[in-house]
Design a protein around this ligand. Structure first.
Ligand code: FES
Length: 153
């Protein structure tokens, strides 16, 4: 399905903006929304480009720069922080060899900080793509990331 077909798969109403942006981003191999895509969405919904760009840059689940195949978001809010979140953040940076906002050389993982993921009961927590992982420690963290790597084709 082309980008145009994805954009036109929903009715052209502003209410569908977020859903369309999600679909377009999911279909982009570099896991982001590029400028031509945002312009086409704006044209289709008859919205100012600046508005669509503003939405795409407001929500942390969207990106306007290329990302890895998997987006690792680690929670940096106080409940996770109190449960060892800082150690988890340090271990993630060290294990993946990147800073927050960056992508691993193999293009597999982009590391991002997040505010509360809504799963404080299993702090410290992170989300990979749409999947939540909690009760993290260094061992579990490596197991999860290694499994993701093994699942790659
Ligand atoms: S504070 Fe980390 S999930 Fe809520």
């Amino acid at each position: 399905m082309t980008t145009s077909q994805i954009i036109r798969s929903l009715e052209p109403t502003q209410d569908n903006l977020l859903a369309i942006l999600h679909r377009v981003q999911d279909a982009n191999p570099a896991n982001f929304l590029d400028q031509p895509e945002l312009r086409e969405v704006a044209d289709y919904l008859e919205l100012p480009y600046s508005f669509v760009y503003g939405v795409a840059t407001f929500y942390s689940m969207f990106s306007v720069k290329p990302r890895g195949r998997h987006v690792v978001r680690v929670c940096a809010s106080p409940p996770c922080h109190l449960m060892g979140g800082r150690t988890i953040r340090d271990e993630l940076r060290e294990y993946l060899g990147v800073e927050f906002g960056d992508t691993t050389e193999d293009g597999l993982f982009t590391l991002e900080l997040s505010s509360c993921l809504g799963t404080c009961g299993i702090a410290p927590a992170m989300m990979i793509d749409g999947e939540i992982f909690g009760n993290l420690d260094g061992v579990r963290l490596r197991e999860i990331l290694d499994r993701k790597r093994r699942e790659e084709p």
